[in-house]
Design a protein around this ligand. Structure first.
Ligand code: AMP
Ligand code: MG
Length: 354
């Protein structure tokens, strides 16, 4: 054993060398592992497909091709189920059956339909009827007007409006039944079902092994987990309602839902005037005033319902309602000021500075 000073120095140096080698070695191993993990991440894109009267697209990040494919299939299956249950365009859907029978007798519905109806009633209350799940006959009237190319008469508007009122919808949780108190009532889940389906799709994708993804149904979306393309965050663009090709601003989100409603994409021109597909349940007229309402929330169902509600409430009442809610933000554009947007105080967190 060397005991001289030179010997001790030699010992120290060789210990240091060994340590250095161990550290460098483990760094290389970590790097290789990380590289390996990265390589084991695959991405898949469902492409644009039709569902629930609009388009849908799913992006997925998963550890392997099989789980990526399973995640896309699970999301698509969720959309198809939501459509089968809740479409008001399909006479065979459970919702259509409720609309036909619920005045005559209580109608038993699927647990999912019941949950969405219960949530819809909560948003109807929260928005004091700006969102109203019983708005069906008024929506039908305006759809007919669009087909005819002529405005409905004042009598038709009054008759349709008379049936509206979520207070006349009776939900019984125990028997899971739905019943109408007024003849001619009809439910419409068009303002909330997309959001519900998106949330369920995200759940199904995670279960199938997705570590990240985006589910977009008609411009309402959720981005979760690992972003695609090796990016650090999910970034989405908000379309300028006045100029289809232009982005108004960019949002950075992580696990949030973003829903946009407004008259810029879905509307009809009757007598030279733009009519939104969103109606005011109180006046039975089509909603006017806001060309775009974007809600950022924790769930797509909440974002979807509130975007529809704020479109009816208008900018002042709408922004005031959203300010009151935790973890919900709004960005709105008025039809008469297409180049300006207004937002709730917390929206800044998501807006990307150019
Ligand atoms: P969204 O695109 O989410 O704003 O939903 C619009 C759809 O919601 C319409 O096509 C109708 O089916 C339905 N709807 C329209 N007005 C209302 C309203 N005031 N409350 C609830 N649902 C509505
Ligand atoms: Mg909506």
């Amino acid at each position: 054993m060397p005991t001289t000073r030179a010997g001790r120095n030699f010992m120290k140096q060789s210990t240091r060398n060994i340590l250095l080698q161990v550290v460098t070695g483990s760094m290389i191993i970590v790097l290789l592992l990380w590289q390996g993990l990265r390589e084991r991440t695959v991405e898949a894109d469902s492409g644009v497909r039709q569902t629930m009267g609009t388009f849908a697209r799913v992006l997925v990040v998963a550890p392997d091709n099989a789980s990526a494919r399973a995640a896309i299939a699970a999301a698509v299956e969720t959309f198809e189920r939501a459509e089968r249950l809740m479409s008001d365009h399909d006479p065979a859907s459970q919702l259509s059956e409720v609309n036909r029978r619920a005045f005559d007798e209580p109608v038993v519905v699927d647990a999912e339909v019941f949950a969405v109806l219960a949530a819809a009633v909560r948003y109807s209350r929260l928005s004091e009827g700006a969102f109203d799940v019983t708005v069906g006959p008024v929506v039908q009237l305006w759809r007919q007007a669009k087909r005819d190319g002529a405005l409905p008469t004042a009598e038709q508007i009054a008759a349709a409006g008379a049936t509206v009122g979520y207070g006349n919808l009776m939900l019984d949780a125990e028997s899971r039944t739905v019943r109408f108190a007024v003849e001619g009532m009809a439910l419409d889940l068009g303002g909330i079902a997309k959001g519900y389906a998106i949330d369920r799709a995200v759940e199904a994708m995670r279960q199938a092994g997705a570590t990240g993804g985006m589910v977009d149904v008609g411009g309402d979306l959720v981005c979760f987990g690992t972003p695609v393309g090796g990016r650090d965050r999910w970034r989405i663009g908000l379309q300028d309602p006045g100029d289809e090709g232009n982005l108004l601003l960019r949002l950075a989100i992580d696990g949030h839902a973003v829903a946009t409603s407004g008259d810029y994409r879905r509307f009809t021109v009757l007598n030279g005037q733009k009519h939104s597909h969103i109606v005011n349940p109180v006046t039975a007229d089509s909603a006017a005033g806001l060309s775009s309402v974007t809600i950022i929330a924790q769930s797509a169902m909440e974002a979807d319902a509130l975007a529809t509600a704020v479109s009816v409430l208008g900018h002042e009442k709408g922004l005031a309602l959203i300010e009151l809610l935790d973890n919900v933000e709004a960005i709105i554009i008025r039809s008469d000021a297409p180049n300006e947007w207004r937002a709730t105080s917390g929206a800044e967190t998501y807006i990307q500075k150019k």
